[in-house]
Design a protein around this ligand. Structure first.
Ligand code: ZN
Ligand code: ZN
Length: 82
């Protein structure tokens, strides 16, 4: 049993997420997203999917990257199997 670091809920199905070597405990994905999901540089929306990176910038989708002047980005997520 662990307490969610966002809402303080003491829940027996809470889970741990390791980000940059740091441990976080949440009771729900909603709280996890609220606390540690990266934020889109264009609209400030939470990046819940794979997202896109351009240098120091993060975007939720190619559309946002394009609107922020980064036109060449394509979704990094590769669904081809090696
Ligand atoms: Zn919570
Ligand atoms: Zn966005």
């Amino acid at each position: 049993m662990a307490t969610c670091e966002v809402c303080g809920n003491d829940y027996d199905k809470s889970f741990e997420v390791i980000q940059d070597g740091k441990s976080h405990v949440f009771d729900s994905f909603e709280c996890a997203i609220h606390a540690i999901a990266p934020v889109c540089d264009h609209r400030g929306c939470k990046i819940v999917g794979h997202g896109l990176e351009a240098g120091e910038q993060f975007f939720c989708c190619a559309h946002c990257a394009k609107h922020s002047g980064v036109p060449e980005l394509k979704d990094r997520a590769s669904h081809t199997r090696a």
